[in-house]
Design a protein around this ligand. Sequence first.
Ligand code: ADP
Ligand code: MG
Length: 426
Amino acid sequence: MPRQTSIHSCLQENFGFSSFRPGQEAITDSLLAGRSALAVLPTGGGKSLCYQLPALLLDGLTLVVSPLIALMKDQVDALQARGIAAARLDSSIGAAEVQSIYRQLEAGSLKLLYIAPERLANERFLNRLRGRTLALMAIDEAHCISEWGHNFRPEYMKIAGLAREIGVGRVLALTATATPAVAADIRKAFAITEADEIRTSFHRPNLHLSVTPCPAPQRRELLLQRLRGDSGGDTIVYVTLQRTAEEVASFLASAGISARAYHAGMQNEVRGQVQDAFMAGSLRVVVATIAFGMGIDKADIRAVYHYNLPKTLENYMQEIGRAGRDGLDSRCEILACADDLTVLANFSFGDTPTAEALRQLVEHLLGQEEVFDVSHYDLSGAFDIRPLVIATVLTYLELQGVLRSTGPFYDSYKIQFNRPQEEIFQ
Ligand code: ADP
Ligand code: MG
């Protein structure tokens, strides 16, 4: 059978997909041709398939290195449900199960093995791999390898050396957030050529982004109004503080909206219940801190509201990226309050939100970019949300007298404020 035909039938038969999403086919082609690759695809872009499909088409075992236990479990469960020989080794697996996985390894019957990065430092595990054909090593959240990334993990540094040592055929590094510096680090570590760095657009036209400046005392009502106006679809409301999650959830519940809080201060069991109810569709709104999201793979989330300004832009990208994975129209709205700047400044720079600290905040939001050089951003439909958040922040800074005229900035980028600014910032 010609190669492309067999790839497509594998896609259809094993995963039930009739076509590739952007980037998936190019990545599969690189790997099948024996080359390592770097995949920079947005959250929800379908990164998992980029190693799951080649894993089935290549001889031997695919190792998947992932830092998130919950995510590994979801994926392995889903693969097994499709009849694919997959397993995971993480701290939650008991001794008997580990032995059974080792036996499957020895028998060569496993196609995919998910491991936490620490596992690669385990000699006994590495010994088990010797003599096996290691077709591919996939490294999820590969930005963790770079000190330039927002999530540097020292144990990731060793992965590249180990991949060479155990003789993996090729590597696929995956991330949703790689600046050019991070991408260059990843490519260097794994000897990936520039041509095998495959990026797809982060533009998701079905996500409708907006920022609505709103005075703090009116924010709850505005959110309620939005939820009542929406068609009733599943919704995440992100807040910064655990206390706010509780307060907003009970406010919404008392107004008759099916809503519960989710944050790291809750008991695991209760958190699990909230997550399960949301996934099952019996709970409409989760009011959550940043703790909610890792491994949330629900296709039909219709709205993501930011009740507070997001902590970093990477967070924001990840958080709104959970909306509309089914491709249908979804609303992503920031209900922006000036008060949030103080909270954010406290988070980032200790407890004195001076004018200088706020300036730094803007710099922080801009990452490596020049603060005022935003001329290359195009807001017309683009998914890069930096201008949007920056414009919001700059608006406040200007109104607080921290910055001089930022007017031309948001004029030229046509930031649409949903209410006249004079009315909001009186
Ligand atoms: P990422 O890891 O990039 O955030 P996932 O691998 O979790 O994304 O995939 C997101 C969703 O897209 C999943 O529900 C997955 O089943 C679906 N998906 C992936 N590839 C395809 C495809 N080619 N066609 C349709 N759906 C796909
Ligand atoms: Mg993923």
